[in-house]
Ligand binder design. Structure first.
Ligand SMILES: Nc1nc2c(c(=O)[nH]1)N[C@H]1C(S)=C(S)[C@@H](COP(=O)(O)OP(=O)(O)OC[C@H]3O[C@@H](n4cnc5c(=O)[nH]c(N)nc54)[C@H](O)[C@@H]3O)O[C@H]1N2
Ligand SMILES: Nc1nc2c(c(=O)[nH]1)N[C@H]1C(S)=C(S)[C@@H](COP(=O)(O)OP(=O)(O)OC[C@H]3O[C@@H](n4cnc5c(=O)[nH]c(N)nc54)[C@H](O)[C@@H]3O)O[C@H]1N2
Ligand code: SF4
Ligand SMILES: [Mo]
Length: 892
């Protein structure tokens, strides 16, 4: 059979890169789609590794009811009946959907329609509440509608790019590479990063402002005051109040003091901003995830409105979205605070008329954090969770867990058989995954792209929209849900955006309302708004008649008075201040190669290898103060819970703050689910939680021993009482477990055999015990190849590197020299140890890079790329390669 190529879209971040998926017999490979306007052929490390994640291991392939495999009929009847019964007894607000920016627009549209138009409640909220809701609320206050006015090209045209609370290099890598490439071509272009941490993004910046957590409003109010003082004026409504409020913060010295940054840095930023017409300010979770999130957004928008830097090439504020379809979800109205198609509840009559529906929600529903509180109180008695893992990703996640445990009825649609959330459902509905489903997504720059299936749906899996429509029909709503394809749903969604829309709503897909099925199938990436169908057709679906790249070019806004509004915002601290008991500010976020709760990225050994363990970053002074050492394990705790994670001491972490990644959960670690520690305080306007600031403490985790296991099969370490710390790291042909214990077992050999599930009489068991030194090493061999090995030592530093040992897991017998090195844990030739992986795309490890730098005198990232290929595909590891070069030079 010939290889078949399918054009689709990456299912990870909101950059929305086009992907060519190639299926050649059973082999899947992916490459960037050079015809896609958003990535022009590039992919980051996660996109590049997509083919690693399409396998069926761990998938949920059949419906499950009360723990037992069930038929679709039984499962769907159960969902429809339980929802129907609870609605009949307690009213529509006693049920809820909790959905996700990882649903496709068509899935999202029918979920929203079912809840708001047929069940008649607005209790549908989405994980976008945890993500973009502050940006949504800020946009509405300033522009009258939730609209991102610019496009990626603006980032290249701009002379100044300001990244606020955005680790773009790791979280939106292809956009970051576009910025870097433009800046390399023009040394006059400048990059400013505003983030309490010195991130990989900050490493590449001309100016980094490591502001104290939560002081963005202080900074941007200071900037607004500075601009006004320097003669910038505007007659937009709200200007006077906003500027008057901004002046209260005082001069540059006062701003620097409030933000905890040195004066010259603040002055340099203000000057640069004042002088540079073509400025784009990009913001994401450091801004949104705050109890002052909406105010932070408006403080930024104010500066762009005052300087009239919006709707122009290279000049706009830019909210960069997280999930692949966070934008699509906002477009259909998936948040409980909006109704549908960028309409609010004041349009309830119009939307009901369009749907011809029996009911309509006429006021906002519960927002994510409130929703789980209402579930805990028993007010919401049935919930259907789709494409999100709230027991990991919600703040105060243990409370959410208690809520689900207490809930009368929990249905979960997911692709995986086990997640922290799936394990608490009464009914499991197996959803088709990325490679198998079809529909549309909208990215950060308003480009709608097709996701197209290229693999058959495995087992009993079905598309989310199909599952939702089936439940709706079983609830008696056949009329509104007789869709036979994603295309039919898309047409209706497009029609609703255009319905009675004489320009009041910028979101308008009029030009897509009558796409035929085959036009939908071949739809090229297209940016909204899209007005005229004929022009669109004539041009081959793209580009559209008018230039939709920039909005508000005529300074007309979808507000009552047609103008944009500045909003007076008052700086305030985080909801909960640090104290004697909780002296540190816990910040949480992302790493380069994992996606959220790891259900997909942990399937890729090369992605998992980048940062194998959950960690806490600590400033050197704090490490000294609280007695935690680099490489050791620490307990991070807050008033809500605790986590056990590996310590990284780094001066890049601001003193008084900690950073822990959000990804690890109960499937991959004994205790590293940081959502359990995170603050449920929310922004009063958007309802977005304060993930970036929870008062916390850190203390050593007093392990008596440290160790690791490499095993060819997964182990059940959670059941082992001798292990108090474990992390599971998937490898190429093995599983790696980092382990530690608080007490030393009496007999190492018996204990180790129990961990590996190896009987006392197993013959091929190599062992080295040094009780006095607290060392134990063993290997279980089978027919000459290695099945598993265990290494234990009193200190982490006394353990050998994992990479050489991992390379012995080939399934082939080990040779004599390898067998000799085995219990030493290192090769006879020390040069053979590559160390931890840096470049995921080409599998180039740290020691290999260090050796090449040393031996070949390499002094630039480009030179390393030339010698080893590292960094030459997606470029995501370039900041790390630069750091290795700097490290070597510092050593010299
Ligand atoms: N690799 C990877 N990429 C992803 C994702 C992923 O899981 N993995 N998820 C996607 C999703 S859904 C999202 S929402 C995006 C998020 O993308 P980002 O927003 O870039 O990611 P985060 O790491 O959550 O947070 C960004 C930065 O905010 C900083 N910050 C903390 N407090 C403050 C503050 O008070 N002020 C300022 N100015 N900064 C602060 C943090 O130190 C952090 O470096 O990433 C998307 N891309
Ligand atoms: N501490 C902390 N917590 C955070 C954040 C933070 O910065 N810090 N960030 C927040 C943000 S911005 C976000 S966006 C959230 C993300 O948090 P979540 O949405 O909870 O994380 P995911 O791991 O993406 O969960 C997606 C789930 O859907 C499943 N899935 C994947 N594709 C499909 C599909 O097509 N259909 C169905 N039905 N299921 C599918 C996956 O297996 C997985 O279980 O986390 C939030 N939580
Ligand atoms: S930047 Fe990376 S994760 Fe984001 S869409 Fe592109 S390839 Fe996917
Ligand atoms: Mo997000």
């Amino acid at each position: 059979m010939n290889a078949v190529t399918t054009r689709t879209t990456c299912p990870y971040c909101g950059v929305g890169c086009g992907v060519n998926a190639v299926v050649d017999n059973d082999a899947v490979s992916v490459a960037g789609d050079s015809a896609h306007p958003s990535n022009l052929g590039s992919l980051c490390s996660k996109g590049t590794a997509l083919a690693d994640t399409v396998g069926l291991q761990g998938r949920l392939l059949h419906p499950v009811v009360d723990g037992r495999r069930a038929s679709w009929d039984d499962a769907l009847d159960e969902v429809a009946a339980r929802f129907g019964q609870i609605i009949a007894e307690h009213g529509p607000d006693a049920v809820a959907f909790y959905v996700s920016g990882q649903l496709l627009t068509e899935d999202y549209y029918v979920a929203n329609k079912l809840m708001k138009g047929y069940i008649g409640s607005a209790n549908i909220d989405t994980n976008s509440r945890l993500c973009m809701s502050s940006a949504v609320a800020g946009h509405k206050r300033a522009f009258g509608e939730d609209v991102v006015p610019g496009c990626y090209e603006d980032l290249e045209v701009a002379d100044l790019v300001v990244l606020v609370g955005s680790n773009t290099a790791w979280c939106h890598p292809v956009v970051y590479q576009r910025i870097v490439a433009a800046q390399e071509n023009d040394p006059n272009k400048k990059l400013v990063v505003i983030d309490p941490r010195r991130t990989a993004t900050a490493e590449g910046a001309d100016l980094h402002l490591p502001i104290a957590p939560g002081t963005d409003v202080h900074l941007f109010n200071g900037l607004l005051g500075y601009l006004a003082e320097n003669g910038v004026a505007s007659d937009l409504p709200g200007t006077q109040d906003a500027v008057a409020e901004a002046h209260k913060i005082g001069d540059i010295d006062a701003v620097a003091e409030a933000c905890g940054v040195d004066r010259d840095t603040v002055a340099a930023f203000f000057e640069l901003f004042a002088q540079t017409e073509r400025t784009v300010t990009v913001f994401s979770q450091g801004v949104n995830q705050s109890s002052a999130g909406t105010d932070k957004v408006n403080a930024i928008l104010n500066c762009h409105l005052l300087t009239d830097r919006i709707g122009k090439p290279g000049a706009c504020p830019f909210s960069i979205t997280g999930q692949p379809n966070a934008m699509g979800g906002r477009e259909v109205g998936g948040l409980s605070s909006t109704l549908a198609a960028h309409m609010g509840f004041d349009a309830a009559e119009r939307v009901q008329r369009f749907w011809g529906s029996p009911a309509i929600a006429d006021e906002p529903g519960l927002k994510a954090v409130e929703l789980f509180e209402a579930i805990e109180r028993g007010e919401v008695k049935a919930v259907w969770i789709m494409a999100t893992n709230p027991l990991v990703s919600l703040p105060h996640a243990d409370r959410a867990k208690r809520a689900l445990e207490a809930c009368e009825f929990v249905a979960v649609s997911d692709c995986m058989r086990h997640t922290d959330t799936v394990d608490r459902a009464h009914v499991l509905l197996p959803a088709a995954a990325w490679a198998e489903k079809s529909g549309t997504v909208t990215n950060s720059e308003r480009v709608i792209s097709r996701q197209r299936s290229f693999l058959p749906m495995p087992g009993d899996t079905r598309a989310d929209w199909d599952i939702i429509c089936d439940v709706a029909r079983r609830m008696g709503f056949a009329d509104g849900f007789d869709f036979d394809s994603a295309a039919a749903i898309f047409r209706e969604h497009a029609a609703l955006t255009a319905f009675e829309n004489d320009g009041e709503r910028v979101l308008n897909l009029a030009g897509l309302t009558d796409l035929t099925d085959s036009e939908y199938d071949t739809l090229k990436p297209v940016r909204w708004p899209i007005f005229a169908p004929q022009t669109l057709r004539a041009a081959g679906a793209m580009p559209v008649a008018q230039d939709s790249r920039r909005l508000f070019t005529d300074s007309v806004y979808p507000t009552r008075d047609g103008q944009a509004h500045l909003v007076a915002v008052t700086p305030r601290g985080p909801a909960n201040a640090v104290s004697n008991e909780w002296p540190l500010a816990l910040n949480t976020g992302r790493i380069r190669d994992h996606w959220h709760t790891m259900t997909r990225t942990a399937k890729s050994a090369r992605l998992a290898a980048h940062i194998p363990e959950p960690f806490v970053e600590v400033h050197p002074e704090d490490a000294k103060r609280y007695g935690v050492a680099d490489g050791a394990i620490a307990t991070v705790s807050t008033a809500l819970g605790e986590a056990h994670v590996r310590v990284i001491v780094t001066a890049g972490q601001r003193e008084g703050t900690l950073f822990v990644p959000m990804h690890w959960n109960d499937q991959f670690a004994a205790r590293a689910r940081v959502g359990a520690l995170a603050n449920p305080a929310v922004c009063p306007i958007s309802g977005e939680p304060e993930f970036k600031h929870t008062p916390a403490a850190i203390a050593p985790f007093d392990a008596a021993w440290h160790g690791f296991i490499l095993a060819s099969r997964p182990l059940q370490l959670a059941a082992e009482s001798s292990i108090d710390y474990w992390v599971k790291v998937p490898g190429e042909r093995f599983y790696r477990y980092e382990i530690a214990g608080l007490t030393t077992p009496d007999a190492w050999a018996t204990t180790a055999r129990s961990w590996l599930g190896v009987g006392e009489r197993t013959a091929d068991w190599l062992e080295a015990v040094d009780s006095a030194a607290g060392r134990y090493r063993a290997a279980h061999m089978d027919a000459g190849h290695i099945e598993a090995c265990v290494f234990v030592a009193p200190e982490p530093a006394a353990l050998p590197e994992r990479s050489w040992l991992a390379n012995l897991f080939t399934g082939e017998p080990v040779d004599e020299t390898e067998r000799i090195g085995l219990l030493a844990g290192r090769p006879a030739d020390p040069g053979a140890d590559p160390g931890p992986q840096v470049c995921s795309c080409f599998g180039v490890a740290r020691n290999t890079i260090l050796r090449a730098i040393d031996e070949q005198g390499l002094d630039s990232v480009a030179a390393v790329g030339e010698a080893l290929e590292a960094g030459t595909n997606c470029g995501s590891c370039k900041p790390e390669i630069a750091a290795l070069i700097a490290e070597t030079q510092a050593d010299e």
